[in-house]
Design a protein around this ligand. Sequence first.
Ligand code: PLP
Length: 374
Amino acid sequence: MTRAIEELIPDYLRGLPVYQPGRPIEEVEQELKIRAIKLASNENPLGPSPKAMEAVKKALGESHRYPDGGTHRLREKLANIHGVESQEIFMGLGSSEIIDVVARVLLGPGKSGLTAEGSYAPFSVAIRASGAKLVRVPLRNWTFDLPAMAEAVTRETRLVYLANPNNPTGTAFGMKELEDFLGRLTEDVVVALDEAYLHYAEREDMPRSVELFRARKNLLILRTFSKVYGLAGLRVGYGIGQAGLLAVMNKLRTPFNITSVGQAAAFAALDDHEHMQRSITTNCAERKRLFEQLRELGLQPVRSEANFIFLTVGPEAKQLCEELLQHGVIVRPLGWMGFPEAIRISVGSAEENDRLVAVMARVWPGRAVKREIG
Ligand code: PLP
């Protein structure tokens, strides 16, 4: 970049971290010349819903037409499911776009956005990219410390990002904790509650967020079709929030942001209860099995409410991921998310999890012994 162009870039955009996605399977396979499995991006190992795939095939034939720019049918359907108005549904290019657009609407220089140190990195990026001040509160017991976050709210705070369950730790807070937190905020602070992994949570007192939204309008609930619905590649997410806020967000999003194929797939996936239920039960069973097997290897996984498991493994976390990769198993080192000593493993299919455990059993004990001696 030339100096003149560099000087055009506002200070608050310089040095923003790059989002680091999990490595694509094809790339690793080509490099190492072995079959690889990817347990790095919290995808659905069962694949997309068959009903969604059928709908995609039909929609492809209309690809020469622009999609419905207002995503009316899908919003209507989601509104019915959640018992809200369709103007209270915002469609995003994945929930990623919603994380970004809401910050552009509510934040800017002189304001401040709040999240946790150790939560989903794009929250912090969105706050910083708006020119607002980023305030981060440390996690407590690997989860959001909501009382401390309430203390950290100031007059400049306009937006708070929470992920429940949290990525990358997989922990969740309950209804009462969220209600107490919301009760301590004034109405000019919007809470973006990212529930990408909600369906996987087993905790019985998970917040009934839509009920809270109906009672308290300063919640913006974020949901995605990328996880339990298995449509990560089609990029569809939605928000449930106050109509006035969503109307402004709609002005900022890209026109026609949701492709016709994405709209058709999401619409059909909502009717595939069997696929969703199977995705949830498989994940719960495999998560439990993987958790126990990792423990048997002497590792210390954190109990997860999501479709991934967080492990603190020590200063050689990155090296461990590299060794797993050499055996064709892609997992995620978490230095870039603020945990240089931890890794995150997505819960895969039974076969994938068996392979991860087998490779870990070869790679980890040596390291554990070395650590004790060293
Ligand atoms: N929010 C959280 C907490 C996530 O972990 C992810 C993806 O991993 C996203 C949002 C983004 O999801 P999407 O594919 O809907 O953009």
